[in-house]
Structure formats: structure tokens, C-alpha cells
Design a protein around this ligand. Structure first.
Ligand code: BGP
Length: 478
């Protein structure tokens, strides 16, 4: 059997895209609560002040807050062994700056973890999944302010203490390497003090981004060190976007360009988090960009002492790198930049589908770190059609996932130590990049639409029954 007996099959979500109840029981506003809806063509906007009559899709999302029992029962019906979710920072510390946590927020996650326990489902908790308290944006310009490290550590200590007997697997930051690109500015770094407008018009300041990222590295390492010292039963992981890149041609210049982009985008953050120090190649990049990182005495020690126990990543697509101006002129389509690969097809949102790239990535990561790994996001965002029979016949989704699981199997045969798999948005949630409901990933359909309407009822799609079979056969029956 390629997958181990205790393989963690499950699904992934994030509080800001799923929970709703954005101001219930003392919760404060996170960055996504200030984001309007958008679409593939029209970018969503950040509004520092809430606008009357504007839709903010995270506010209700698909309302896990009031449906957690029903949803966890559905997850259990599919046979989940793990449930990836995030804690919404602003439920616990509404502005991020309080001294004491909000009891009502803590109590909500107690109920969720107890419900999971009923079905023997292991929680996998992302501590910070694009849920920075908006008050920290206003006060410190998000992660650019070093003070945010203390706020984060206080938050970690509160949730570690409270859930020490309920949660074993923790991820310090979702897609931490989003901050290496301009797209991470809003949701990941929150360095948008005073900014108002479409998210693609935020001015890009690499100096600010990489300084903010340094603060996240220190915060992550402090949390891990503290967890290791106080809760030896915890397993602490990173979470990176793995945006696989290939040279567009075998021209050595393309190959070198690809290596450079792979390092900045895919390796830099996890090199710091897995090895405990800044890799030497980044110095040249900083020099070329005129970036200087302010480090405090002791930071290097902290990074060394706070390395991860396991490596996790999201995987959706791949792209190509080229130095040829003509090729670059025709680029576009992919979320993470890069050139489209003529051998691959793309989703309706232009994300290039590449199952074999997952096998390649798993092997590359394993060879570099030799750490147990988990694919904590993967999936196809698609337009679903609710049929007259009350279900969705999503053979395209089954096809996507099947091909990726096949490649995970190959990677395990190649020798990779793979612990688990949690496809993204196992139940429909709001899209992170566009704020849409129309971009669906789930095995479970939620009656909720882009204009904010819908009765939030849940329906099993065809993929629900397919995934149930996959889990039951431990990945044998695809
Ligand atoms: C990742 C995020 C998730 C999720 C996913 C799909 O970047 O960690 O939060 O949403 O991508 O992206 P989207 O919702 O934009 O399709």
C-alpha cells in the first residue's frame, strides 16, 4: 500500500472564508472583513471604513459558526481523519492588542474541537490564515511593525494553553511565502495602513514586504520554540505555497532564471523555517533590490531554535520562467506570474493544472529537507451547476483530484514521507483571491451566491461520494 495506514485524509478551510459571524460574541474585524467581493475580472477592494450597501463576503461566508455540528458530521460521513481549519485571531483578541483573550471566542473553538473528537477527527490548526486584526494594520502597518510579533506570541500562548489537550498539529502561518510577492501585501502581511481601493493597486514596496516577512519568521520561530519547550506533544509545521516552476526552454539562461525564481518564491521562506537561517542566495537578491533587513540582536538565535517539525504546502498549479522578451510579452494567465506552459490546460480562472508537478514538487521538497510532509491545500476552483435533482455532477473536480492523488502515490513510491492530504475548501467557501462564491472547490455545495443570497443549506456533490470511497480504500480506489 503506498499510503501509510495512519494517512491523514481530510479537507481544509480557513476561518475568514468559512466561519462568518464576523462580529459575533466579541469578535473584532480582521483584514478580510474589510474586503469587498470581486470576481475574476474585477478585483475586490479594501475599504478602511465600512461602506453602506457594499457586500463584504467574509462577514457571513458559509457560516460554519452556526453550522459546525452539521458540517463536522458531513466530514465524518466522508471518513475524515483530519480537519484543517484556522482560528480567527480576532475572535480571541479582537484588536490583537488586548492583554486577556476573549472567553466567548475561546469557547467556540472548544465546541468545535470537542465535536471533532466525537468522530475521532484530528484538528490541524492554522494559527494565522490571512486573519490579521485590522486594528494592527491601523496601528502598526500590519506585520511591518515589529510590535506585532508580541501580539502574535500572546495569541499563540493563549490558544496553546487552552487547547493543549485538544490540538496536536499546528501551522504557524498560512502560505507565508505569499509575502515574497506583491499579492501577499493585503492578506498575508497587512502592510496597507491607510490604503483604500482595488487590491491590485496597492503600491508595491519590497523593502516593506521583506521586513514584514522577517517579523513573521521571528514570530513563527518564537511560537515554535515556546511550543517545543512547553508542549512536547505538539507537532509544529510551516505552510508554503508551492508554485512549481519550469524553465520555458532548455536555454541555460531560462534554467538559471527558473532557479532564481524557485529560490525566491518557493525555497526562501521554508529554508528559513526548516533550517533556521537565511539562505546565502537571498543576499544577492536583497542587494539587487536595495533591501536591507533590520534584525535585532537575538533574532538569529531565535530562528535557529524555532524550526519546524513537518513541512506543509498548498499546490494548485505550475508555471514557466523565461528570459526571452518575446515569450514574456505573451505571458500572463497564471496567478503567480510566469509564462503559461503549452503542455498544460488551465482552470476557468487561468490556473494551470499540473498533477505531475505535484509529484515533482514532493520529491524536490523531500530531497531538500527530509521532513514529513503534508499537502494541506489542492483542488479545482470551478463553476458548479446545481441540477434539478438537487445535486452537482462535478466529474471535472473528481478528475482533477484523482490525477493529483495518483501523483502523490507515485511520490510515496519514490520515497517521500507523506503524512496526509487535505484538499482545499472541502465545503464551498468564499474565494481568497476574488471574494467570489462562484469559484467553488467543495465536495459539499453550500446554497450561497455572489449577491449574498442563499439559504446556506448543504448538499452532497458527486465528489462527496467519490472522496468517501477514496478514504475508505486508503487511496486504492480512485
Ligand atoms: C490559497 C489560500 C486559501 C484558498 C486557496 C484557493 O491561496 O490559502 O485561503 O482560498 O488558495 O484560492 P482562491 O480561493 O483564491 O481560489
Amino acid at each position: 500500500m503506498p499510503f501509510r495506514d495512519d494517512f491523514l485524509w481530510g479537507g481544509a478551510t480557513a476561518a475568514n472564508q468559512y466561519e462568518g459571524a464576523w462580529d459575533t460574541d466579541g469578535k473584532g474585524a480582521s483584514v478580510p472583513d474589510h474586503c469587498t467581493n470581486g470576481s475574476h475580472k474585477t478585483p475586490k477592494r479594501v475599504t478602511p471604513e465600512f461602506e453602506e450597501g457594499t457586500l463584504y463576503p467574509s462577514r457571513e461566508a458559509t457560516d460554519f459558526y452556526h453550522h459546525y455540528m452539521e458540517d463536522i458530521a458531513l466530514a465524518a460521513e466522508m471518513g475524515f481523519r483530519v480537519f484543517r481549519m484556522s482560528i480567527n485571531w480576532t475572535r480571541i483578541f479582537p484588536t490583537g492588542m488586548e492583554e486577556e483573550p476573549n472567553e466567548a471566542g475561546l469557547a467556540f473553538y472548544d465546541k468545535v474541537f470537542d465535536e471533532l473528537k466525537k468522530y475521532n477527527i484530528e484538528p490541524l490548526v492554522t494559527i494565522s490564515h490571512y486573519e490579521l486584526p485590522y486594528a494592527l494594520v491601523e496601528k502598526y502597518n500590519g506585520w511591518y511593525g515589529r510590535e506585532v510579533i508580541d501580539c502574535y506570541v500572546r495569541y499563540c500562548k493563549a490558544i496553546f494553553e487552552r487547547y493543549q489537550n485538544k490540538v496536536k498539529y499546528w501551522l504557524t502561518f498560512n502560505e507565508i511565502n505569499a509575502g515574497t510577492t506583491p499579492m501577499g501585501t493585503v492578506l498575508s502581511l497587512g502592510t496597507i495602513k491607510g490604503f483604500s481601493g482595488p487590491i491590485n493597486t496597492v503600491p508595491d514596496e519590497p523593502q516593506v514586504r521583506f521586513q514584514a516577512l522577517h517579523h513573521q519568521f521571528v514570530a513563527s520561530a518564537l511560537a515554535i520554540r515556546y511550543a517545543h519547550d512547553n508542549y512536547p506533544q505538539f507537532r509544529m509545521g510551516n505552510m508554503s505555497i508551492f508554485a512549481t516552476k519550469y524553465p520555458y526552454t532548455c536555454n541555460p539562461a531560462d534554467v538559471l532564471e527558473c532557479q532564481k525564481q524557485m529560490r525566491i518564491m518557493n525555497w526562501f521562506c521554508s529554508d528559513v523555517q526548516a533550517r533556521g537561517y537565511y539562505p546565502s542566495y537571498i543576499n544577492r537578491f536583497f542587494e539587487e533590490k536595495g533591501i536591507t533587513i533590520q534584525k535585532e540582536p537575538g533574532d538569529e538565535e531565535i530562528l535557529k531554535q524555532g524550526t519546524i517539525d513537518f513541512y506543509t504546502f498548498s499546490y494548485y498549479m505550475s508555471s514557466c520562467e523565461s528570459v526571452d522578451p518575446e515569450v514574456l510579452g505573451k505571458a500572463g494567465g497564471n496567478l503567480i506570474g510566469g509564462v503559461a506552459n503549452p503542455y498544460l490546460k488551465a482552470s476557468d480562472w487561468g490556473w494551470q493544472i499540473d498533477p505531475e508537478g505535484l509529484r515533482y514538487s514532493l520529491n524536490e521538497i523531500w530531497d531538500r529537507y527530509q521532513l514529513p510532509m503534508m499537502v494541506v491545500e489542492n483542488g479545482l476552483g470551478a463553476y458548479d451547476k446545481l441540477e434539478a435533482d438537487g445535486t452537482v455532477h462535478d466529474s471535472y473536480r473528481i478528475d482533477y483530484l484523482k490525477k493529483h492523488i495518483e501523483q502523490m502515490k507515485e511520490a510515496v513510491k519514490d520515497g517521500v514521507d507523506l503524512m496526509g492530504y487535505t484538499p482545499w475548501g472541502w465545503i464551498d467557501v468564499v474565494s481568497a483571491s476574488t471574494g467570489e462564491m462562484a469559484k467553488r472547490y467543495g465536495f459539499v455545495y453550500v446554497d450561497k451566491y455572489d449577491d449574498g443570497t442563499g439559504d446556506l443549506s448543504r448538499r452532497r456533490k458527486d465528489s462527496f461520494f467519490w472522496y468517501q470511497k477514496v478514504i475508505r480504500s486508503n487511496g486504492e480506489e480512485l
